[in-house]
Design a protein around this ligand. Structure first.
Ligand SMILES: Cc1cc2nc3c(=O)[nH]c(=O)nc-3n(C[C@H](O)[C@H](O)[C@H](O)COP(=O)(O)OP(=O)(O)OC[C@H]3O[C@@H](n4cnc5c(N)ncnc54)[C@H](O)[C@@H]3O)c2cc1C
Length: 434
């Protein structure tokens, strides 16, 4: 069989690459191992609940998200701005404001921070100095004028954060970095903070799977063909000028170009790229008749259990639960491949919400060992890796978010088009939505 461009993987990166290539007039065939698109950003229906595979939020502030998706059609339900934290066991949750959002909540944040010994003039100065390069610029990543990249933990120490607020920030970032040692890139963490303060993490009305639905629909309108349940075993570049894609069932497809848009570990193990390692996350999904109160991302900064955050999803987006039921998620990082017990998660979650564990009934747990590519210091976004006529895409090529995956798809498409000497797009300039 013959094809112009084969894309391996129908996650956000692969479908974005397919859209850009099709917009430039190329014929694109997408081969996807699973029976659906979306990769890690997938939603299932279980017992009437709409459950993402692992807790996801969508932040419309990221430029590529806004450019590639019909944001109004996602009918986003924003989480409450800021964070809720469990301080003393008997005390109610304390709110940490999103800067500048609400003067009353900001005042209560300062009081809470002062009570916890997190706030002094020196701390405030250090924190501001630390955040300003990220918040005070229009550019994305890396930020001009910022300190050289280093591990987050070291960067917070240098800025003079006391142990309590350093711990709070590291626990907050653990949910988006997949680690709680502060070994990830401080620059990347600031980038996350910038997105969190400038935009509002939100829940699409029917779950994160809506992103892939929209992308696939757009790709199909442009003539992109999809083959699901079609795993690729490898790509052979040695036999001719044109790479040969070997499908697991024995078929092979000769193509002009191949875009490999799998997760980082598959890209390295099966397709020979130099991709980073990946970190794991677990999410427990619970049904409740009586929900805890609150619409914030909620966490225990003192790490008195394994969870990095918990959210009452249906308080923000009631469509995720059947009528009369409520949906709560609780997430933890997977450390050293040790799966936590359901009991450990339930006890910690009940403690955070101040409710009896009997209120919560486990629907399903997701253990995603390959959740997020590592974002170590100095690993900045870069040009797509290319092996002759094969180009790599995926969040690991740019940044560990849906936005990063979409950017990587665009950059990979640009590399294919340039390689073919038929470039109709500048890979650094986002094309207009069709
Ligand atoms: C639990 C969790 C929470 C997250 N939270 C957020 C969040 O809140 N906000 C955010 O922006 N991002 C979040 N992310 C990250 C986001 O989901 C990813 O960055 C993004 O989905 C990656 O897209 P991708 O296309 O690069 O890779 P993937 O989604 O992994 O897509 C790769 C595709 O390749 C397919 N594939 C693999 N091997 C083969 C093969 N041999 N042949 C054919 N097909 C193959 C896979 O089946 C998959 O469909 C989260 C991720 C996880 C796991």
């Amino acid at each position: 069989m013959d094809a112009d461009v084969v894309v391996v993987g129908a996650g956000a990166a692969g479908v974005a690459a397919a859209i850009h290539l099709a917009q430039a007039g190329r014929e694109v065939l997408v081969l996807e191992a699973a029976d659906h698109a979306g990769g890690r950003a997938h939603t299932r229906t279980i017992d009437g609940f709409l459950l993402d595979e692992g807790f996801h939020t969508f932040n419309p502030v990221y430029p590529e998200n806004a450019m590639m998706l019909d944001i109004p059609a996602l009918d986003l339900h924003p989480l409450a701005p800021g964070l809720a934290v469990k301080d003393q066991p008997e005390a109610p949750l304390a709110l940490f404001a999103k800067p500048g959002f609400n003067p009353l909540v900001t005042a209560s944040t300062l009081v809470t921070a002062a009570r916890q010994g997190m706030f002094s003039l020196d701390t405030a100065r250090g924190a501001l100095r630390w955040m300003l390069p990220a918040i005070n610029t229009r550019s994305a990543y890396p930020f001009p004028g910022d300190e050289p990249d280093m591990p987050l933990s070291e960067s917070l120490d240098r800025a003079g954060f006391p142990e309590s607020s350093k711990q709070l920030l590291i626990m907050f970032f653990a949910g988006v970095l997949g680690e709680d040692k502060g070994e990830s890139s401080a620059t990347y963490a600031k980038c996350m903070l910038k997105a969190f303060t400038a935009g509002q993490p939100s829940l699409p009305v029917r779950g994160i799977g809506m992103i892939a639905e929209q992308l696939v629909h757009r790709a199909q309108q442009l003539g992109v063909r999809f083959c699901f349940s079609t795993a690729v075993a490898g790509v052979d570049e040695s036999r001719a000028d044109r790479p040969v894609v070997a499908v697991v069932d024995g078929d092979s497809i000769t193509a002009n170009h191949v875009v490999i848009a799998t997760d980082a570990v598959t890209a390295a193990d099966t397709f020979g790229s130099t991709a980073p390692a990946m970190r794991g996350l677990s999410t427990w999904w619970y049904a409740a008749d009586e929900p805890p109160e609150g619409k914030h991302l909620t966490m225990d900064p003192h790490a008195r259990g394994p969870l990095v955050n918990t959210v009452v999803m249906s308080n923000t987006n009631p469509n995720l639960a059947p009528v009369g039921k409520h949906l709560v998620q609780a997430s933890a990082i997977i450390k050293n491949h040790r799966a936590l017990t359901d009991r450990e998660a339930l006890d910690h979650m009940s403690f955070i919400w101040g409710m009896d564990p009997g209120h919560f009934e486990l629907i399903v747990r997701d253990d995603i060992v390959r959740a997020l590519p590592t974002q170590l210091p100095g690993r900045e976004p870069r040009a797509p890796q290319t092996l002759r006529n094969v180009v790599f895409a995926g969040d690991w090529c740019h940044s560990a978010t849906l936005n990063g995956a979409l950017v990587s798809g665009r950059l990979a498409a640009g590399a294919v088009l340039r390689a073919n000497n038929r470039s109709t797009m500048d890979a650094t300039t986002p094309p207009k939505k069709s």
